[in-house]
Write a protein that binds this ligand. Structure first.
Ligand code: BMA
Length: 318
């Protein structure tokens, strides 16, 4: 394991970062960032990227690659456009997709932020092929974002992780539904800390939870507000497999933060914001796809075993 300023370096930036930029797009776009990710059955890596135009509105566009690093084939036109006529919550765009394959449905569930006149809320859509999408509509009202579905039911219900905003603190919640449309059983899952902590006041889920033998591994972002602006960094927490609202461990420090020039310079500097990952055939290598500075897409690679071991060393029961 390499070290940086004495700290273990868990995620390794790919040498060809950023791996996707607006210049790779076949039509005019301003920025490309915060992609959801999945491996298709033939091994192709699919990224569903957030694409922002010069109005400031976002839509989603798919990029596919055989090796997950280069040779990306980007859809010729937007893959999923906001549909504010049928879905008024999408008036100002759709953002930050997180993809979960739900075996029971034989479909991918895409949880995304719908930017409505009332603020950002959580919407859900289902797809089999990332070409046509069946919308479930707004499932969490504003202000709420950073959502992803779990891949299977827990105690008979689907479970959605999301992040409602509140002046008392912006924490991560989990809610359940029998049908993906009616949601309840809301429970606080991970609280923002207070005071000087790197993850004080505002946390949010980053990519969807990762199933491991030890529990659901969560990569979450903590937002630190400084005089120079916000700093988006990543930490780890672990939750019980059969009771995902129960936190088993939480890391004290962040384990990845913006440092490279493409993470520090862009529309919103000092942001590393992953919405997706893929796991290699060895069951251990994790590729994390993240938006850098709200401008481009970058890739960092790590080992699930090392992430879990770090959490054991640097975490505490929560
Ligand atoms: C969050 C989200 C992300 C964005 C980040 C940094 O609140 O809106 O889409 O990448 O802020 O600007």
């Amino acid at each position: 394991m390499t070290r940086h300023r004495g700290y273990a370096e868990l995620l390794h930036r790919h040498a060809s970062n950023p791996i996707l930029t607006a210049g790779d797009w076949p039509y005019p776009v301003h920025t490309v960032f915060n992609p959801g990710a999945t491996l298709l059955p033939d091994g192709t890596t699919l990224l569903l990227c957030r694409v922002e135009d010069r109005r400031g509105h976002s839509h989603l566009c798919a990029a596919r690659s055989a090796n997950g690093v280069d040779g990306w084939v980007v859809d010729d036109e937007p893959t999923m456009l906001p549909d504010p006529v049928e879905y008024p919550e999408e008036l100002w765009g759709i953002e930050d997709p997180r993809i979960t394959f739900v075996e029971e449905l034989g479909k991918y569930a895409v949880a995304y932020t719908a930017f409505s006149r009332g603020g950002p809320g959580v919407a859900l859509a289902l797809t089999e092929d990332f070409r046509s999408f069946q919308r479930c509509g707004l499932v969490m009202q504003p202000d709420d974002k950073d959502a992803a579905l779990l891949p299977r039911r827990i105690d008979g219900n689907f479970a959605l992780i999301h992040r409602p905003m509140h002046e008392l603190g912006t924490h991560i919640w989990i809610s359940v539904s029998p049908d993906l449309r009616n949601w309840g059983g809301h429970r606080l899952m991970l609280q923002a800390r207070r005071g000087a902590w790197w993850d004080a006041n505002k946390v949010g889920l980053s990519p969807p939870l990762i199933a491991t033998e030890q529990g659901w591994l969560m990569i979450y972002h903590g937002v630190r507000h400084t005089a120079a602006g916000a700093l988006y960094r990543l930490g780890l927490a672990l939750f019980a497999l059969d009771k995902p609202a129960v936190c088993l461990a939480r890391g004290d420090s962040w384990m990845f933060g913006p440092e490279a020039s493409y993470e520090c310079n862009g529309d919103v500097g000092k942001v590393a914001f992953p919405c997706g990952y893929t796991i290699g055939a060895d069951g251990d290598t994790i590729r994390i796809y993240y938006g850098a500075a709200d401008t481009c897409v970058a890739l960092a690679t790590g080992s699930l075993r090392e992430l879990l071991a770090w959490l054991t060393r640097n975490g505490q029961a929560c």
